[in-house]
Design a protein around this ligand. Sequence first.
Ligand SMILES: *Cc1c(COP(=O)(O)O)cnc(C)c1O
Length: 390
Amino acid sequence: MHLSYILNHLGEDRERYFGAVSPPIIQSSNFAYDRLDDFRKAFASEFDAHLYTRGNNPTVRILRSKLAALEGTEEALVCASGSGAIAAAVMSQVNQGDHIVCVNAPYSWTKILMTNYLPRFGVTTTFVDGRSVAEIEAAIQDNTKVLYLESPNSLTFQCQDLEACAALAKKHGLVSIIDNSYASPIFQQPHRMGIDIVVHSGTKYLNGHSDVVVGVICGSQAKIRQIFEQEFMTLGPIISPNDAALVIRGLRTLELRLQQSNTSAQLIAQRLEAHPKVKQVLHPLLPSFPQYELAKRQMSGSGGLFSAHFNATTAESMEAFTHALLESKRFTMAVSWGGHESLALPTVAFYNIPGRPDSPIPWTMVRFYIGLEDPEWIWEALEEAMELVK
Ligand SMILES: *Cc1c(COP(=O)(O)O)cnc(C)c1O
């Protein structure tokens, strides 16, 4: 199926709503039935019916169809946040006494799910580096049920060999789950490499406009039905129809946005790498990246997110650099990423927080997200601010 068809037409049934080009927002909690037979059928299998919006909603259904097609899976669920999607996907695959093998630097709240939350229900996790398949295999126990991956992660961009990990999971009877938020389905489709379940923070690229928090789970019909009937219906992590319509609108430009961010970030990362004030750039598709060959094999692009270490000898100069970037009005300091606007998140922001230990990452690092602006205009601000790095 052509990507343009998925983003512009798939799942939309315009004849049913007056030919409207934009799908209707069916802002209804409840769906009415005229006949007992029909009601009984819907009640018997809520997954296949419109009964109540905690389960199915027609606007959300359009979005689910597009997302499943983007990842090349049979089905998809949309959740109220990426973290909700991750929790539902992981919890659906484990029971009391089970064990998870997880890469050691997943998204922060994913790690908290595994270190603080799941142990309350008797589910334990071993964290592994993830760059070595042998090390992952060595961590598998008799009670291991899930192999959880995040490739690349969103800070150091470490990758896992997805085909090898998928084969390993199959060999040991594990369900493989990957957080694919960084690459997006435009640049990496893990299910096509054998990974069972693909999750996303759709808050990032899929919505892409910094105005909706949303999560996605993609997988086989059987897996998605299982998650729907258990975690989804009981925990209720649903998106509102109105937000689903915003994400559908965001998807119209997904490919264009990703291409623009990808090209601009590549340009800026290369210039930073050549700049005397920069010690190291961490970008999975720069030849200097330690796992460049693997990243290139698995991803056709890498989007707008990368990090750089600066040749700074004082934290104060990194603070001055940050403030100069913000004063340029061309960068914003914020968490998250994947929207229209360029961001700078310096590690120095995670030092001196009352009641919190300092970040384990040196304050010389800044994570950049390059958005949709003119990259030359963005570079101008960076070049000027770098004069303050001392
Ligand atoms: C943001 C993010 C999440 C969490 O998603 P939310 O939508 O914020 O709940 C999970 N994984 C990655 C890689 C993220 O960047």
